[in-house]
Design a protein around this ligand. Structure first.
Ligand code: HAM
Length: 418
């Protein structure tokens, strides 16, 4: 086959059937984990009014200032393809007047205009949970533990949890000025991005990857050192809850996260297998976001996990063409076509996925069965038709047996090895 006339847009990817099936499996594990923690699914639009993200993810965040797909629709409204899930969920909870406290989960595509590389795409997928209306530190722990269980279930072996606290409205301004004062004296040593961030969003200097900025930061005051007594107490309680539940974590005093709405707890799941984009997922508490949307004060905590990065960190899929739970019905001459059609529908009525290739001779049909990665072929020729039997060929081993027609369904099922 020659190449197609059009290539997919940069930063997007296709999911051919086998990859789509693996992805669906990861989705099932997420839905299961979220479900056993009591979370219910919410689905929100893929685009929102641009202000939904400006007022929440942040006018000072790179994600909103540099990475959104924002465009006017034909009536001139400014719309943004969602770069993340949290603001849309908060908007929906208020607009749909959902009762609080509540636990919501979501899964879907998100869009960021970034420089594509391994683990970073312009269209990607997130699993997320939002636990709304609970201020207790146990709620933070609940969300962090949920994420870890998900990775454990998928066999993501080297997933480490990092934890930090960035304070609240009361203590953050004090920390911010201490940090700005410290960094201003060393402005010349910062990269140009960080020098610009100093006024706009000084906390972001903390997680700059640039070596000289990291050296400067090594001596700077850390957010957790200047917490007010309430934030300190909250942080201690979150840590105690995690420890009680047997979850190991590392403190990371650089963990400020790339979105503006966080307060108190921030956390990330990181994997050594991913290289530069090592964050599998992350989240934190965001107790002020509902007010930004005109709602009542509502404590909240949540996380989002990148689906593509999770799949990169998972153990490799078993090699070879995995066979599907699929029976392929094959007829040898036109005389058996009608009987084959009946067999096909009988299998389906019995709940067995079954398929045929309607064009071509038996050779072509067998090739189609292999291309479809069917588990087996049910074969009917003139002799079989006359004797009320069919041939059953196991495509994994190549073995063929003859069985009475009336036991095709259980015999086919027995060949589905899963
Ligand atoms: P985030 O850290 O921006 O948080 O994204 C969460 C995860 O999405 C990242 O850890 C990463 O795995 C994945 N991700 C982000 N950008 C990309 C990309 N360009 N390509 C591939 N994967 C990507 C949030 O989105 C917050 N809404 C999390 C949250 C929920 N906080 C509270 N509730």
């Amino acid at each position: 086959m020659s190449g197609p006339k059009h290539a997919r847009p940069k930063g997007t990817r296709d999911w051919p059937p086998e990859a789509a099936a693996r992805r669906r499996q990861v989705e099932r594990v997420f839905r299961h984990t979220a479900g056993i923690f009591g979370f219910e699914e919410i689905i929100t639009p893929t685009f929102e009014h641009a202000e939904v993200f400006l007022k929440s993810s942040g006018e000072a965040s790179d994600i909103v200032t540099k990475e959104t797909y924002t465009f006017p629709d034909r009536a001139g409204r400014q719309l943004t393809l969602r770069p993340e899930g949290t603001p849309g969920v908060v908007r929906a909870v208020l607009e749909e007047r959902l009762r609080l406290p509540c636990r919501l989960f979501y899964y879907g595509p998100y869009f960021r205009y970034c420089r594509p590389q391994q683990g970073r795409a312009r269209e990607f997928h997130q699993f997320g949970v939002e636990l709304l209306g609970e201020a207790d530190p146990e709620a933070d722990a609940e969300v962090i533990v949920l994420g870890k269980w998900f990775f454990d279930d998928l066999g993501v072996a080297d997933c480490a949890v990092q934890l930090n606290s960035i304070g609240c409205r009361e203590c953050r301004p004090g920390y911010r000025s201490a940090l700005v004062e410290f960094l201003s004296a060393r402005r010349g040593e910062l990269c140009s991005d960080c020098a610009a961030r100093l006024e706009r969003n000084p906390l972001r200097v903390l997680d700059c990857k640039n070596e000289s900025c990291q050296l400067v930061y090594a001596g700077a005051p850390k957010p957790a050192e200047l917490l007010c007594p309430e934030c300190r107490e909250h942080f201690v309680a979150v840590r105690a809850a995690l420890e009680r539940r047997g979850l190991r974590y590392a403190l990371n005093n650089r963990l400020v996260r790339g979105l503006d709405y966080y307060n108190r707890t921030t956390f990330e799941y990181v994997s050594g297998r991913l290289g530069e984009q090592n964050s599998l997922g992350g989240g934190g508490r965001y107790d002020y976001l509902f007010e930004e949307f005109g709602g009542p004060p509502t404590p909240a905590v949540g996380l989002a996990i990148g689906m593509e990065r999770t799949m990169l960190a998972m153990p490799a899929a078993p090699a070879g063409p995995g066979r599907r739970r699929l029976a392929f019905v094959i007829w040898m001459t036109e005389n058996e076509r009608a009987a084959a059609g009946e067999l096909l529908d009988q299998l389906r009525v019995d709940g067995v996925p079954a398929q045929a290739c309607f064009e071509g001779r038996p050779g072509r049909q067998f090739k189609a069965a292999d291309a479809a990665r069917a588990a087996c072929c049910v074969i009917i020729g003139p002799d079989e038709l006359a004797r009320g039997v069919v041939g059953l060929k196991d495509l994994a081993t190549g073995e063929q047996t003859e069985i009475p027609r009336n036991i095709v369904t259980p015999e086919v099922r027995a060949l589905f090895r899963d």
